[in-house]
Design a protein around this ligand. Structure first.
Ligand SMILES: Nc1ncnc2c1ncn2[C@@H]1O[C@H](COP(=O)(O)OP(=O)(O)OP(=O)(O)O)[C@@H](O)[C@H]1O
Ligand SMILES: [Mg+2]
Length: 365
């Protein structure tokens, strides 16, 4: 798929602007702070209704306004218009001007694979952040995932608040806890299976790409879950054994809400062993693996965003990465220096040169 047109109103530093993108390569060129990342952030936002930089949409609204509109025309077999209006902490999403009530019915329509420096969190941060990031990735892939996850989280909340109450009461209705636990396990198993399948698919390609970029061999992503190798009966037993612990803590101490995803290089945890640049290559290899899963399993070609790829990755590796990209992908590359990009990659691209007084468009042949 390709995003052919993007209109922004009061989004970040853009009061009102329209971009007509190339279905192939788009290069967004400009000095620091001119708004390169803001453009790709808007594309990402249009697809996922979330920014990759901030958790609060307020930051996206131009600081002289109180609303913002991101609108784009996306072509797959047919062209569709997607629109998000952000206003007063709320957002409304539209497809072809019809409002879509549930975000889970909207997300996963536009498929984006994006690389930006924030993605290093996938390797470096806490399990909590790893889960958040992997959740976003899988939800694009399968919108059932998001539905299961939101029900699981609702049940988890109910269970935790019930456990908190129980720690103060002597006589309680254990039946209700059984019911909540049973439901939690059902949705937990669904999520576990979807996560497991996703990670298995990633691992088919991850090391192949890593090796092609770095000549190093032995990268894999490990899915760590306490649901591992347990069937429903065994899980029910586990939770039963933990009832007293859960009541003491006033929360659920076992379940897929504690899962982690850890990159390993050979026998070492990647973040403890690999260099900064190599870790970026790990993320790139992961993203390239994702593109493959989209194409091979979902039969969809995602849009690729490469924001700030050039810091800490040497030019030899960058060229290898560009060579690995599938020919029919629509790509967005941001850079401060056109010399970062080799001539072959520049060929047939559209360059958007951001300046203090506007944007110059150059078609490069
Ligand atoms: N809500 C907002 N309203 C107005 N301007 C904003 C808003 N949010 C961010 N900006 C401005 O946008 C600019 C940052 O844009 P962006 O991050 O896209 O820059 P960039 O071109 O990617 O720079 P770099 O090369 O450093 O990555 C900053 O100058 C910032 O002040
Ligand atoms: Mg930037």
């Amino acid at each position: 798929m390709q995003i052919l047109q993007l209109k922004l109103i009061n989004f970040r530093n853009y009061k009102q602007i329209q971009f007509n993108f190339s279905p192939k390569k788009n290069i967004i060129l400009g000095n620091n702070g001119l708004g390169k990342t803001n453009i790709v952030e808007a594309i990402y936002y249009l697809a996922l209704t979330k920014s990759f930089r901030v958790n609060n949409d307020i930051f996206l609204i131009n600081n002289e306004s109180n609303y913002s509109i991101v609108e784009g025309q996306v072509k797959e077999t047919i062209k569709n218009d997607y629109k998000i209006i952000i206003e007063n902490k709320n957002k409304r999403v539209f497809i072809n001007n019809n409002q879509v009530k549930k975000l889970s019915d909207y997300i996963s329509k536009i498929n984006i694979i994006s690389f930006n420096p924030e993605d290093l969190k996938l390797i470096k941060d806490s399990p909590n952040i790893h889960r958040q990031l992997i959740n976003i990735e899988i939800s694009q892939f399968d919108n059932n995932y998001l539905k299961n996850l939101s029900i699981y989280n609702k049940i988890l909340k109910q269970r935790n608040s019930y456990l908190k109450n129980l720690s103060f009461k002597k006589n309680y209705n254990i039946e209700y806890l059984y019911i909540l636990t049973d439901k939690l396990i059902d949705y937990g198993i669904n999520i576990y299976n979807l996560r497991k399948l996703y990670i298995e698919n990633i691992n088919i390609y991850l090391n192949i790409y890593f090796k092609k970029i770095t000549n190093k061999d032995g990268l894999y992503l490990k899915y760590v879950s306490n649901y591992d190798n347990l069937n429903k009966d065994e899980l029910i037993k586990k939770y039963k054994n933990l009832y007293q612990t859960d009541i003491n803590y006033g929360k659920t101490t076992f379940g897929i809400h504690l899962d982690d995803f850890i990159f390993y290089y050979q026998t070492e945890i990647a973040k403890n062993y690999l260099s900064e640049g190599e870790l970026k290559n790990v993320v790139i290899a992961f993203k390239l693996a994702e593109i493959n899963i989209f194409i091979n399993i979902k039969k969809k070609i995602p849009i690729l965003i490469l924001d700030d790829l050039f810091s800490e990755i040497d030019s030899g590796k960058i060229n290898k990465i560009f060579k690995l990209l599938k020919k029919n992908l629509q790509i967005f590359i941001t850079t401060t220096d056109i010399n970062n990009i080799d001539n072959k990659t520049l060929q047939n691209s559209k360059i958007f040169k951001l300046k203090n007084n506007g944007i110059e468009e150059i078609i490069y042949e």
